[in-house]
Write a protein that binds this ligand. Structure first.
Ligand code: GLV
Ligand code: MG
Length: 338
């Protein structure tokens, strides 16, 4: 049986060296397509060559009357396409929907040998993962599969966020978790109307410098998702699974998309969703360490020798802890280059 954690790279939290010998698979973007959309589906073989992960979406954004066509479309595409090193994922319908049982039965039976990961939306607690885990085990046995399909949870309800630690630890099948900002905003009754990203009203303002409080006070937009991403990253790091930022719906705003992806990368995420080809390159750029970061990390690691003690580089103190951060960066850069 394939090692179920074969997608995982240890995040090396607290460890000077990566400890895993399982193969690394780049996971910088999860590229969504609608298998019921024939035009989109026709482009899948080409797009699959450009992305780390391609995902056939069966849930939200697929119209109710297209649910069955999307499921069948994904089966047909998967059978007809050689995905090479690219991972094939699907997002099934939510566990309270009338479609999910057929999604799981059909996909595992028909294309279980090609499916790497099943993304489960609106996960609220460990019980949701246990249910999918048991069902997958039965279906894999019935289909005679000699590999385990992994599970990825979307964190997109208030209850899910409250239970994120138990979700991350719920099964050895857990591959990772994505933040779903759109559903989460609705679940929390946030007063936004967007799919991910910031909001011009969510700001901090500079203190006044004069009597007139309305004059010349710079505002800074804040990250609406900081708390949730940080919590999700901790839960994932604790369980050696991978955290992702989810969708950024304003396709034209490539600047804000890059900012949102970079905030997530800096906080520990390994990738984000791409909803349009223009977001593929943004994710590739953001979630691969920059040449400057790699060069700096090499300098620190070399100067630190056995990784203990402290050195001064460009006027800054570096020690065991910053050396560990540099090793995380170098490990990721090396893995992506292989
Ligand atoms: C993704 O599914 C989201 O709700 O943001
Ligand atoms: Mg959602």
């Amino acid at each position: 049986m394939r090692n179920p954690r074969a997608f995982l790279r240890p995040l090396a939290v607290g460890a000077p060296k990566p400890s895993s010998d399982v193969p690394f698979r780049p996971s910088r973007m999860i590229h969504f397509f609608d298998p019921s959309n024939e035009k989109m589906a026709a482009k899948v073989p080409d797009i699959a060559k450009k992305v780390d992960i391609i995902l056939g979406n069966l849930e939200d954004a697929v119209k109710t009357e297209k649910k069955e066509a999307a499921r069948q479309g994904l089966v047909d595409i998967a059978k007809a396409t050689d995905f090479g090193d690219t991972q094939l994922w699907t997002r099934v319908n939510s566990l309270d929907s009338p479609w999910v049982l057929d999604d799981l039965i059909t996909l595992v039976t028909e294309i279980g040998d090609k499916l790497d990961v099943i993304m489960v939306p609106k996960v609220e607690g460990a019980q949701d993962i246990h249910y999918v885990d048991r069902l997958l085990a039965q279906l894999e046995a019935r289909a005679g599969l000699d590999r385990q399909i992994l599970v990825h949870a979307i964190l997109e309800t208030a209850e899910g966020v409250a239970n994120v630690e138990e979700i991350a630890a719920a099964s050895p099948r857990m591959q990772g978790i994505s933040l779903g900002p759109a559903d989460l905003a609705a679940s929390r009754r946030m007063k936004t109307t967007r799919v991910g990203g910031g909001h011009p009203g969510y700001i901090v303002r500079q203190d006044p410098t004069g009597e007139d409080l309305t004059v010349g006070r710079t505002t800074y937009q804040q990250d609406l998702w900081h708390y949730t991403i940080a919590r999700m990253v901790d839960a994932c790091a604790m369980n050696d699974i991978l955290p992702f930022y989810g969708p950024f719906g304003d396709i034209k705003d490539v600047v804000a998309c890059e900012d949102q992806f970079r905030n997530a990368f800096l906080l520990g995420c390994v990738g984000a969703w791409s909803l349009h080809p223009v977001q593929i390159d943004i994710a590739k750029k953001v979630f691969s360490p920059s040449a400057e970061d790699v060069a700096h990390a090499k300098r620190v690691v070399e100067a630190m020798g056995d990784g203990s003690g402290a050195v001064m580089i460009d006027g800054k103190m570096e020690d065991d802890a910053s050396c560990k951060q540099c090793l995380v960066m170098l490990d990721l850069a090396k893995s992506l280059a292989e």
